[in-house]
Ligand binder design. Sequence first.
Ligand code: B4P
Length: 184
Amino acid sequence: MARLIFLGPPGAGKGTQAQLLAGLLAIPHISTGDILRSAIAQSTPLGQKAKSYMEKGELVPDELLLDLVRDRLQQPDAQNGWILDGFPRNVSQATFLEKLLQELNQTFDYAVNLDVPDEILMGRLLGRGRHDDNEQTVRKRLEVYRNETEPVIGFYKERASLKVIDGDRSVEEVTQSLQQSVAF
Ligand code: B4P
């Protein structure tokens, strides 16, 4: 059983690695970004509220995500492990998650920071071609990451549960390193 939180800047490969590792460990990959994109595609009330924030490269307001994460972690398939990808995105979400896990009587193994230099991130995101991957939005997402998400790394460092993985390697090498360091 593994319970892992994936951190890292946009384009670090959180989604790529979380999906691969979740498949290998047969646990759910819970990506708040994927959940929001699917809500937008289906034009649900959540999607309608999230759309403009995501298009601008801003974080979606916390209140749209907290109940969603609470519900998802209580689903039967999440009782034997999970990989949380893209949540928490700020210290207030991290504090919420800490309390939620206490409530659910769950602990997590590691918060994993995938470390990749900015110039590489830019190239990856602009090469991916997703709707929110134009240059202006990507710059905004990197700025939001520095201001709001980077402090989350300190949050987990203080709790001695942070693992830093060099994400500036091939997809296979990063997966191998994750298997050795956090999922065995
Ligand atoms: P996310 O969906 O989380 O996406 P991301 O951070 O941009 O990308 P990720 O790091 O997963 O990169 P990927 O593996 O795809 O967030 C999107 C938006 O959703 C946010 O801006 C925000 O608005 C909103 N949101 C989500 N969660 C939220 C929350 N909790 N609170 C508020 N708002 C929230 O990789 C990127 C590219 O690199 C791909 O093309 C991939 O193929 C390539 N790549 C990956 N690994 C590689 C490697 N090792 N070498 C070369 N290329 C690689």
